[in-house]
Design a protein around this ligand. Structure first.
Ligand SMILES: Cc1cc2nc3c(=O)[nH]c(=O)nc-3n(C[C@H](O)[C@H](O)[C@H](O)COP(=O)(O)OP(=O)(O)OC[C@H]3O[C@@H](n4cnc5c(N)ncnc54)[C@H](O)[C@@H]3O)c2cc1C
Length: 360
């Protein structure tokens, strides 16, 4: 099967889905390809900051997301010995310290908005495996597998919005520099107790950060930093003393934790790293989001950065000048901001323990 479109976007995460909508709205013909059968995989970034919120509001999408369900964080608390000792409240102009938006709500709204335009097509369960090159050396399409069947998409430009392990970046041989941050992350999700307030709560366990993020629909996401590469060894140790530290830090969670985190298998491990690429595209390929700048979960910047990349790139793509897309403006502006955010992430990670220095 063969298709022909102006733009082929690989990856229906937040960046790819928003870009698909913005281009379809401009009457650019778009094919959005996603390897998973369903959108909204668990354990992806789900906290929107005010910048991501502003983009959704700019395009009249926020109301629909709000209707689907979201939760504003009302405070950030630092806890020690089972009690909060420092509370940060939101700037009154912003009104929250982040908004939890279940990924499936955000992506459903973006894709439904895009589907209203006849220039938009999407294919789920479709994994891009190759890029196609013209004789001139320019990329002009992708090869993908859907139900083991090969399809070809011919296009003016390929957008790699395919996340941290980007196939598009690899196949286009775009450079990447990986930075390790000295820690990995264990994630788990538990039901929140009835009297749990919408908040972000932090504690220090040993010298490692433990974070709780309240989620819409009555859940708490737990992010627990552990020494980089230590999980194989850790999971050979008895589980009870480990999980007791969480209960000691947040006693209100005892019942839910005991019920829902009973072994190492109830945690998901995230290999934490960040990445940068000197080049944001080449010869008919452009990259956005985690594909070109993987972020660590610190500070909840990644999802918001992908939305900003999509917004920036959509403004540059013109149906009549697809092949002349000049990435420089967008890449230069966005790259500076990403460098700043990645530096903030490192600083936050390195200074986290200093919040607790009074208890040392
Ligand atoms: C545990 C965790 C917590 C985080 N918390 C936050 C947070 O609270 N706030 C925040 O802003 N950021 C957070 N982040 C970061 C955030 O999740 C990412 O930065 C963001 O999802 C990047 O969006 P994206 O659209 O660029 O890529 P992704 O969300 O990774 O989407 C890429 C999509 O491409 C698809 N794909 C990949 N390869 C192919 C292929 N070959 N063919 C077809 N499809 C393909 C994938 O299936 C995926 O759907 C967190 C990250 C993690 C891992």
């Amino acid at each position: 099967m063969k298709y022909k479109v102006d733009v082929c976007i690989v990856g229906a995460g937040p960046g790819g889905a928003l870009l698909g909508y913005l281009l379809a709205k401009k009457n650019v013909s778009v094919m959005l390809l996603e390897q998973h059968q369903a959108i909204g995989k668990a354990f992806r970034g789900e906290h929107l900051n005010e910048e991501g919120e502003a983009i959704l509001k700019k395009y009249g999408l926020f109301e629909d997301v709000e209707q689907a369900g979201l939760l504003r964080m009302e405070k950030l608390e630092y806890w020690h010995a089972g009690k909060p000792f420092k509370t940060i409240l939101p700037d009154s102009k912003v009104g929250h310290l982040g908004i939890h938006v279940p990924q499936v709500h955000l992506l459903t709204v973006l894709l439904q908005a895009a589907q209203k335009y006849p220039s938009f097509t999407s294919m789920m369960n479709t994994k891009v495996v190759e890029l196609i090159k013209e004789e001139s050396g320019s990329y002009c399409g992708v090869k993908a597998l859907t139900d083991k069947q090969e399809i070809l998409i011919e296009c003016g430009i390929i957008i790699g919005a395919d996340g941290r392990y980007s196939t598009v970046r690899k196949k286009a041989e775009i450079d990447v520099t990986i930075r390790k941050h000295g820690f990995d992350l264990l994630w788990a999700r538990i039901p929140a107790p009835d009297d749990w307030e919408p908040s972000i709560r932090m504690a220090l366990i040993g010298d490692k950060q433990l974070s709780l993020f309240t989620q819409a629909m009555g859940f708490i996401q737990i992010g627990w930093n552990i020494e980089e590469g230590s999980f194989p060894k850790l999971r050979k140790q008895p589980f009870t003393p480990f999980i007791e530290q969480l209960i000691e830090a947040f006693p209100q969670l005892e019942k839910s934790v005991r019920q829902h985190i009973q072994s190492w298998r109830d945690f998901v491990l995230l290999d934490v790293y960040s990445s940068t690429s000197e080049s944001w595209g080449r010869d008919g390929v452009a990259l956005i989001g985690d594909a070109v700048h993987t972020m660590t979960p610190t500070g909840a910047f990644g999802l918001n950065s992908s939305l900003k990349d999509a917004d920036c790139l959509a403004a540059l793509i013109d149906k009549d000048y697809i092949k002349q897309l000049d990435l420089m403006d967008c890449a230069t502006k966005r790259k500076k901001e990403i460098e700043k955010l990645q530096a903030i992430q490192v600083e936050k990670e390195q200074t986290f323990a200093s919040q607790f220095v009074v208890f040392a």
